[in-house]
Design a protein around this ligand. Sequence first.
Ligand SMILES: [Zn+2]
Length: 157
Amino acid sequence: MTQEEEVLIVPANWNLPFRHTAGRFASRFFRELRDNQRIYGVRCPQCRRVLLPPRPFCERCFAAIDEWVEVGSQGILEAFTICYVPFLGLPQPPVAMIMVKLDGADTSLQHILGGVDLSDPAKAKELVQIGMRVEAVWRDERRGEIGDIQHFRPVAG
Ligand SMILES: [Zn+2]
């Protein structure tokens, strides 16, 4: 092919629903959410960090992990972005995507923030602050997935 040849763009809209195994670590993590409303991370045997979500090895040390550690259902909001456009798999906008470091964990969990009126971007900027404490709000009917935590909300008081 030369640079002079035209390369065509083919418009497409793929919708490919599928099911896949969650794997051993995510399955245990999701079962604890579903059955016990508990959040578990794993501890690296070398650097001793508690990693969340759980994973079979530490990406820093490449050490295999088999120690499970319960972490708190509250933590610190470490980062966020507020989406004002629809996004596949998320609630209707506006929605705040957050990174929360739960008490006892050394890494952050990605989730969404609820219980805050995000309709006015200027006000939302004041209501959502890095460093604020948040807590998990559990779904009544849990299914063994990350959505069993419906969202995190600011801790009152
Ligand atoms: Zn490590």
